[in-house]
Design a protein around this ligand. Structure first.
Ligand SMILES: C[S@@+](CC[C@H](N)C(=O)[O-])C[C@H]1O[C@@H](n2cnc3c(N)ncnc32)[C@H](O)[C@@H]1O
Length: 350
């Protein structure tokens, strides 16, 4: 595949996604407001669906969302065929000391769906992380170059409580979340665990390139790690909770509680606090159209009650501003319902 044709096609898809994110989203919101007579905050997803589901504009919006993503990954100029053609040279260039576990059993929820419409998911092909890394650059077109900002801003939230000593980043992927933590806290030791062998391989490669020697990338299930009890003062995750079915989510919280020392904190960034029925309807539709089967269950779980039941204290769930330019209240473009979830392991009582 010609490099120029690939770049032009991906550039076109990104521009179309921007049109979808802004112009089409606003038109749909306006149609909804014109047809709706009640307070949006009071409306359920079913109420909004009754108003919008037969709308040609909504169907166009939904079709475009599904198929732009499909073309981005699997189309003629898609990320998967592009990386497949270049696999030899791309894979040979990867260095780094990732710790792989060839016997790791991948859970059914993980292998059973092509997450994000990524053919074969993040686990079945050695180029999957390179595909994911390239694709992630255009997941939130409004952020553009500020996408990096998202992780730096999350690191700011973490840093507000003082520098951690030992950090476990659960589902650290290829390091978009782990890298900024390792950079910001050079005196901490950081462990990044992920189910995906391609992701930990790319994460270790990028860490080596950036000369980050306080971080390790290990292929491991975050729900059953090999770390000792009470071995971290901070556990983090970004964009992982919504990829887990409820039982797996509970297991992840149990594991975080086990590996945290008393008084240690857990901070997650995910998609959770949704202000009104229209945005909830759009978010649940996004989950279906983007092959994210556990996004809706997470958004409808009472996380505060679940974390309390698990034994955490000081639970805080706060909307998160992913970029300086974003106004959370202003509903004039599609965005993820970014949310920070913080909880603490209680000090041992005497
Ligand atoms: C959307 S990605 C986010 C990656 C990274 N945190 C970031 O912000 O770029 C979700 C990650 O969670 C990983 N994952 C899903 N279930 C997991 C589990 N049980 N244990 C470890 N990693 C898991 C996936 O392989 C994937 O890399």
């Amino acid at each position: 595949m010609d490099e120029r044709a690939f770049s032009a096609a991906q550039g076109f898809l990104l521009a179309a996604k921007m049109y979808w994110t802004t112009t089409l989203y606003r038109a749909l919101r306006d149609e909804f407001l014109a047809k709706s007579s009640v307070d949006q905050k009071e409306q359920s997803v079913e109420d909004v669906a009754a108003i919008l589901e037969d709308s040609p504009l909504y169907q166009y919006f939904a079709w475009l969302e599904r198929h732009l993503q499909r073309m981005k990954y699997a189309g003629r100029y898609g990320l998967v065929p592009y990386h497949d053609e270049r696999r030899g040279e791309l894979l040979a260039a990867l260095t780094g000391d990732a710790e792989l576990d060839r016997d790791l059993e991948l859970p059914g929820y993980y292998t059973g769906v092509d997450i994000h419409q990524h053919p074969g998911g993040l686990w079945s092909d050695a180029t999957a992380a390179l595909v994911y890394e390239r694709g992630a650059r255009s997941t939130t077109p409004m952020l553009g170059e500020a996408h990096k900002d998202l992780h730096d801003r999350f690191t700011d939230v973490v840093a507000a409580a003082g520098p951690p000593r030992r950090i476990l980043d659960m589902g650290g992927g290829f390091g978009k979340s782990t890298g900024p933590l390792a950079e910001r806290f050079p005196d901490s030791s950081v462990e990044s665990v992920d189910l995906s062998a391609p992701c930990v391989t790319l994460g270790a490669h990028l860490a080596k390139q950036r000369q980050l020697d306080n971080v390790r990338y290990r292929q491991m299930d975050a729900r059953s790690t090999d770390y000792s009890d009470a071995s971290f003062d901070l556990v983090t995750s970004t964009m992982v909770l919504h990829e887990l079915p409820t039982k797996a989510l509970e297991e992840l919280f149990d594991e975080a509680l086990r590996v945290l020392e008393p008084g240690g904190r857990m901070v997650h960034l995910d998609f959770y606090s949704i202000p009104d029925g229209f945005r909830r309807f759009i978010h649940y539709g996004h989950a279906r159209r983007n092959n994210e089967p556990f996004m809706q269950p997470l958004a409808s779980t009472d996380l505060a009650a679940l974390l309390k039941k698990k034994g955490f204290v000081d639970i805080e769930i706060t909307p998160f501003k992913e970029s300086e330019e974003i106004d959370i209240e202003k509903n004039d473009a599609w965005r993820f319902p970014w949310t920070v979830v913080t909880a603490t392991k209680p000090e041992v009582s005497s």
